[in-house]
Design a protein around this ligand. Sequence first.
Ligand code: HEC
Length: 192
Amino acid sequence: MMGVNFKIREERGAQMDLRASFALIVFAVGCPAAVAATVPDIVRSRQSDMKEIATSTKVMADMFKEPDTYASGSFGTAAEEIIARSGSHLTANFSELAAAPGSKATDAIRDERARFAALAENLKTYATALAAAAHDHPDSMTEDMRMKANEPMEGGLLGIAPRPSQKMSAEHAFHLMLQTCASCHARFRQRD
Ligand code: HEC
């Protein structure tokens, strides 16, 4: 894909006769890769960040579903992967460019920066709680990692800041993290 991009730019730079420019047009129209090449790098990289976040989320979801498969190492690594891609890193990925070719980001990100940044920060807070849980539970997913019946569920909703100091189970933090994904996507990502 990079090669295609480079080639087009090279041809544009050269003096083109009619035949060459015709070939360029046909090439650009006929080749989907040429269209894809207009997607900005930052869009590709933030989408791949999101895919990593989703993969890590699934690792943890599977372990909550089947606690016997819990391995603190992979659980902790998954949480760390999310930490690395959340907070100010996530916000920065969208600060120059919100809506763009090939992107599903909405311009609401530009108009509501503080809200977007708060959600990115919430994601980091919950992922940090999950990393700490992995550290505190090296051997198995004990009962205290599981959600308790009386734990309040509303903490991750838009506008309500998480309170990491309050003792919450890992599974509770995980559910609040999922609500954070959903809250952000509902407002700042186009529907399919
Ligand atoms: C602060 C806002 C925010 C949070 C929090 C957030 N996302 Fe996203 N996510 C976005 C935006 C915006 C896009 C669209 C990016 C684009 O297309 O440029 C996106 C795109 C995605 C995509 C599609 C990536 C692709 O291939 O195009 C997946 C999957 C995803 N998010 C998963 C998650 C998961 C899972 C979580 C929570 C653990 C999460 N996101 C949390 C804002 C967020």
